[in-house]
Ligand binder design. Structure first.
Ligand SMILES: [Zn+2]
Length: 336
């Protein structure tokens, strides 16, 4: 059997003709298998959704309980049958509930890794390598220049800044699913035990992480009835990046804007976004992680879904592994 008969790229995402299902479709479909809760992968309006319980819960939190016709939870490692095709979900280490999806028929196994990382993250289950014939990988940071530093060292920069500028409110931009909770957890692991203030839009997801056993410490809303700028003097306020670009941010005392993202490697991006303190913390693989993962799995073939496809495809070819870009569109990750 040719891999294309098992999974093929279509305008609405990867499609399995044998089992008649899509993986992370970008448009509403009959049957969808979802790798994780980021909005570019998990969309509302599908007839049936198969995903981990945590991803289903996150989708319900974001879209409401009617986000799909019917849903089925998948446990990590459990083999399920979808239209005669064997599928299983495996931890991807990206955000809470994130999974790689293995699709198997007639002795051919394709692994769709969704978004994944190898770096340690106390807020989700760690990535597990899954042997396969075809490995489908993203390439968000698929250029040799991308080396993500130790996230704890980045958090230490934030703590140092608070020591140096005790009057200033430190506003930390972090995407609401995954990154925000990881930043908060990292702060706790680095010994920061003061209250952390969060933007209202993070509350539901932070509560959900706590309900799943991720201790985030003392979280308080970053709101005041009668705005008093001094109230947040020297405080850490975590919010979605968009929040710090509008009026909301101006209530804070001498705000110092930080942003936690893999893109903060790119100085220009930080500058353009008015970010004073860039924190390079990514929920994606950097170049060494991408290439080491492919080396470790040694698949017969690699398909690259989105991001910087060309460099990774070239690297695979130079390493003797046939590879091709899929040019899937619609995956502008909200959680980089
Ligand atoms: Zn993602």
């Amino acid at each position: 059997m040719k891999p294309d008969q098992l999974l093929r790229p279509m305008p609405d995402g990867l499609y399995c003709p044998l089992g008649d299902f899509h993986i992370d479709p970008v448009r509403p479909v009959e049957r969808a298998l979802i790798t994780h809760g980021h909005s570019d992968h998990a969309r509302a309006g599908h007839g049936f959704v198969l995903a981990t319980q945590q991803t289903l819960d996150i989708m319900a939190l974001r879209y409401g309980p009617e986000f799909c016709g019917s849903a089925q939870p998948a446990r990590y490692g459990e083999r399920l049958d979808v239209g005669g095709v064997s599928v299983s979900f495996h931890p991807a280490g990206h955000v809470l509930g994130s999974a790689q999806i293995a699709v198997e028929a007639n002795g051919l196994r394709i692994v769709v890794s969704g978004d994944y990382k190898r770096d340690s993250d106390p807020t989700c289950a760690p990535y597990e390598p899954v042997a396969c014939d075809v490995f489908i990988t993203e390439a968000t940071f698929g250029l040799p220049v991308f080396h993500h530093p130790d996230p704890r060292a980045e958090i230490e920069k934030l703590l140092t800044s608070i020591e140096q500028f005790p009057e200033r409110s430190h506003l930390v931009g972090a995407y609401s699913l995954g990154k925000a909770q990881r930043v908060i957890r990292l702060l706790r692991d680095c010994g920061y035990d003061r209250p952390i203030h969060i933007h209202g839009s993070l509350a539901k997801l932070c509560d959900y992480y706590v309900s799943q056993g991720i201790d985030l410490g003392d979280l308080r809303p970053a709101t005041l009835e009668k705005s008093d700028p001094s109230a947040f003097r020297g405080a850490i306020v975590v919010g979605p990046p968009s929040a710090f670009q509008d009026r909301w941010a101006r209530r804070f005392n001498e705000p110092l804007v930080a942003f936690a993202s893999g893109w903060m490697m790119v100085r220009q991006r930080a500058k353009q976004g008015g970010v004073e303190l860039p924190l390079v913390i990514s929920d994606h693989c950097d170049w060494p992680e991408l290439t080491e993962t492919i080396r470790e799995l040694a698949p017969a073939e690699v398909w690259v879904t989105h991001g910087r496809e060309e460099a990774l495809v070239r690297w695979c070819e130079l390493s003797g592994i046939p590879a091709r870009p899929l040019y899937l569109v619609g995956y502008e990750d909200e959680g980089d």
